[in-house]
Every structure is written in C-alpha cells, then in structure tokens.
Write a protein that binds this ligand. Structure first.
Ligand code: G3H
Ligand code: ZN
Length: 276
C-alpha cells in the first residue's frame, strides 16, 4: 500500500526506515520485492536528477501502481528537492512526502524557504536539512558542514518540518576513507530536536556505524550510491555474459535482482525486517 513516510517512521521507534533511491522501474520493483520478502516498510525516493530523466508523474505512476498491490507500506519521497518548483511538481504528481534541501542557503533563508515549502505541502510531510552532508549527489558536489545542535532545534521548531537531515560526518557518494562520525553531536541533536532525524550518505558505512547512528536517533536511512553501483555492475556483467542478446528484459532483470539484494541488506541493517 502507498503511505506517507510519517505513517511508518517515528522518533520513538528504535529502528529506522530504509529510504532507497531509484532511477527506473526495475529499481522500484527490486526495492518492493525485497520489502515484501522481509515484511518491511520502505521509502522509495527520487532526486531532482532522476526527475530530469523522467517526470515525477512517471515515477509516481510506477510506484503507486506497484505499491498498491504490495502487502507492505511503501512511501514515495522527493529526495534533495533543491527548488520550490521541484517540490511543487512532486506534490502535484502525488509524492507522499518531499524534502526541501536549503542546506546551501544562509540559515535565515533556509528557515524562510523551508517554512514556505511546509506551507505549500499542505500537510504532506516535509524533510528539511540543516548543516550540509556534502559530497557528490546528482550533478552537484558540496562541502560538508557539521550540524550545530542549537541551530537544528531552532530550525525544526521554526519551520515545522516532519523530519530533519543532519550532518554528523557522512557524505554522499563513494568514500575514499572510512568517515569519522560525530556520535556525541548526533546524541545531542537527537536530545534537542523533536522530529525524526535522517541519515544521508549511508552507502559505504559499516553495519556498526549505521546501527550506532540509529541507536542515537537516526530514523530514516538514505541509500543511493550502493544501489546505483549494484544495478549498473549487474547490467554490465549481464551484457558481457549474454553478448548476443537484444532483449532489454534479460539484463534489466539482473539489475533488478542486484537492487533487491542491496535493499535486503539495508532492511536488515536498519532492523526494519518484520516491522510491516
Ligand atoms: O539522499 C540520498 C542519500 O543521502 C544517499 O547517499 O549515495 O551516499 O548512499 P549515498
Ligand atoms: Zn542525501
């Protein structure tokens, strides 16, 4: 069933909902198949880059059609919406939650614009970001800036967001060295902010690193790079193996299986198995 992220995620729960980035139908299928097999709720999300590849109505159509026949809750979320236009387009298309990412803006401007996004969403849950996770997401690269706990509390209170992305040392993309996570900062933020916290840049973290973040208050765990890498590598291998095939279903099926395996891993790491 298609749900809102706030139906499946809360600060009180001691586990996190995996939020998986998709780029095409086979990735959506892979995520939902893994969620059904493990009886887990999941969030499926797309970046503005994915929405330049295919409009939000296409993703909304695919996800809602597949979610409606699924026996587990599935939410459809806009990830890192970088303009109000992009947020509006996702809402119009039927996304069940959105992120407005004003993390590159000065504090007051981020507050003002995020607050506007919350009012525009008219009750549809909104995720904001304070501090900056940094690294490579879509076509842009940003420098990380750790979240200040006082600012996080003020930002959540003044904007009315339903979930908050905070920077505690992770970054987007492929890690070249193991990231140093600021656990103490995360615990302080979790103690001061009333809404669920969101972990970005999860690809490449060890299971222990992710679980320690969850135990300290992260309630949504965003994964993109691992899924993109797994899908692409599986397709590459499949094409090499079936070099005479002209049937896209053959290699896309292998991509779908790879996404299913990565989703399976993240559902277990988040302890979301059996929570549907
Ligand atoms: O918003 C998406 C995530 O933060 C994904 O980060 O590509 O490092 O897994 P990742
Ligand atoms: Zn992110």
């Amino acid at each position: 069933m298609l749900v809102r992220m706030t139906d499946i995620m809360s600060k009180e729960k001691k586990w996190a909902v995996p939020a998986l980035n998709v780029e095409n139908m086979e990735m959506v299928q892979g995520v939902i198949e893994a969620a059904e097999a493990l009886r887990a709720p999941v969030i499926i999300q797309t970046t503005p880059g994915a929405l330049r590849h295919a409009p939000p109505a296409v993703f909304a159509g695919m996800v809602s059609a597949l979610a409606k026949t699924a026996s587990v809750p599935v939410a459809l979320h806009l990830d890192h919406g970088d303009t109000l236009e992009c947020v509006y387009a996702a809402l119009e298309a039927g996304y069940t939650s959105v992120m407005y990412d004003g993390s590159k803006l000065p504090f007051e401007e981020n507050v003002r614009t995020t607050k506007y996004a919350v009012s525009m969403a008219g009750g549809v849950p909104v995720e904001g970001e304070i501090g900056a996770v940094g690294g490579k997401e879509d076509d842009s690269e940003a420098r990380p800036k750790l979240t200040d706990p006082e600012q996080a509390a003020e930002f959540a209170r003044r904007t009315g967001v339903n979930a908050l992305a905070v920077a505690i040392g992770t970054s987007h993309g492929v890690y070249t060295a193991s990231p140093k996570l600021d656990a103490k900062r995360l615990s302080t933020i979790a103690g001061m902010v009333d809404v669920p916290l969101v972990l970005h840049g999860s690809s490449g973290l060890t299971d222990n690193q992710t679980r320690s973040c969850i135990s300290r208050g992260m309630r949504k765990v965003n994964v993109a790079t691992e899924l993109r890498v797994a899908f692409t590598e599986a397709v590459r291998l499949s094409l090499a193996e079936h070099e005479r095939t002209y049937d896209p279903k053959i290699y896309l099926r292998d991509g779908r299986e790879a996404v299913k395996a990565v989703t399976d891993k993240w559902i277990r790491v988040c302890r979301a198995k059996g929570k549907a």
